[in-house]
Ligand binder design. Structure first.
Ligand code: ADP
Ligand code: F6P
Length: 325
């Protein structure tokens, strides 16, 4: 059956560029003669009936804004069949016959389950600063967060150098080290400690015993948040006990990494993906995430995007190791 009305929502952690994606989906849908309804607060808004018809002007003047005008939430009820039934009933009431879900791994997992239960066409957009979705080279929000990290590390370097200190800077990423590794390369940090490598070797020991040049009077190490790495606090604690010669400080960048105006890259990515999501729905695609591979838009089945761990590019590890001697 041809789709007529697309519901759009943002779910999970917000990411810069989500607004650009909302704008693109809304306008592409209207351009193609479809109706669009904005669903507020992610899956929660489906259950609590926070749904509003969107016209082109609803998405004016938002491409440059961080966060999400649709708000976002984490919704425990949606994890239950009863919650999803309530959500589906509301969509039917509003004549919504297809969905575009913008979010991370958890949000797309919810979308996949919902699409299977109710036979509803759903297309996902990878919206997360973590860049941890398989099947896409980049996710919406990742580039902006990376640039924010780079600017923060540049600032911390000034004080690190003046005091001749060793700084451990914790960055987000949930269980993935993309922000830490590329943030370290971009800011000229000495090393990155990331979960993908934690089981292979003791990254801290290697870095301190072989990595640090004596003539460097300060050092910056980016640590990916994660139980596996121990986070920046955990690593610093180890240094205090095992290598007491260092004057150590910790800085946790936290949620500032999620805010700010999206970079040009994120705005363009979100716009391309938003337009592609509507194309995919019109083309009869369902249960796919829009990705970008080698600058080409691709449709990745939810099953692949969610289930597989996205690998770290080993060239990046090498580039960091060599460029920081
Ligand atoms: P993200 O999308 O950023 O990874 P979360 O993991 O917090 O964020 O997931 C966002 C929301 O997606 C959850 O609050 C829940 O509503 C929905 N969700 C996550 N996992 C499931 C699941 N297994 N079944 C149904 N819904 C889910
Ligand atoms: O998934 C995005 C993310 O910012 C992760 O990097 C981080 O671990 C998590 O969300 C933090 O979530 P919250 O918004 O609940 O603090």
């Amino acid at each position: 059956m041809a789709i007529k009305c697309v519901g759009i929502l943002t779910s999970g952690g917000d990411a810069p560029g989500m607004n650009a994606a909302i704008r693109a989906v809304t306008r592409a849908a209207i351009f193609n003669g479809l109706r669009v309804k904005g669903i507020y607060r992610g899956y929660k808004g489906m259950i609590t009936d926070e749904i509003e018809e969107f016209k082109t002007q609803n998405v004016s003047n938002i491409i440059q804004r961080g966060g999400t005008i649709l708000k976002t939430a984490r919704c425990a009820e949606f994890k239950t069949p009863e919650g999803r039934k309530q959500a589906y009933d509301k969509l039917v009431e509003h004549e919504i016959d297809s969905l575009v879900v913008i979010g991370g791994d958890g949000s797309l997992t919810g979308a996949r389950i919902f699409a299977e239960e109710y036979n509803m066409p759903i297309v996902g957009l990878p919206g997360t600063i973590d860049n941890d979705l398989y099947g896409t080279d980049v996710t919406i929000g990742y580039d902006t967060a990376l640039n924010t990290i780079m600017e923060c590390v540049d600032k911390i370097r000034d004080t690190a150098t003046s005091h001749e200190r060793l700084f451990f800077i914790e960055v987000m990423g949930r269980d993935a080290g993309f922000l830490a590794l590329n943030g370290a390369i971009a800011s000229g940090a000495e090393a990155a400690i990331i979960p993908e490598i934690s089981l292979e070797k003791d990254q801290l020991a290697e870095m301190i015993e072989t990595g640090f040049r004596k003539s460097k009077n300060s050092s910056i190490v980016l640590v990916a948040e994660s139980e596996v790495t121990g986070g920046a606090m955990g690593v610093a604690e180890r240094v205090k006990n095992e290598y007491p010669q260092f004057d150590v400080r910790v800085s946790i960048l936290g949620h500032l990494q999620r805010g700010g105006s999206p970079t040009a890259q994120d705005r363009i990515l979100a716009t391309r993906m938003g337009v592609a999501a509507v194309d995919a729905l019109l083309d009869g695609q369902r249960n796919v995430m829009i990705g970008v591979q080698n600058d080409q838009i691709v449709n990745v089945p939810f099953s692949k995007a969610i289930k597989n761990d996205k690998p770290i590019n080993r060239d990046l590890l090498n580039a960091l190791r060599i460029s920081s001697i």
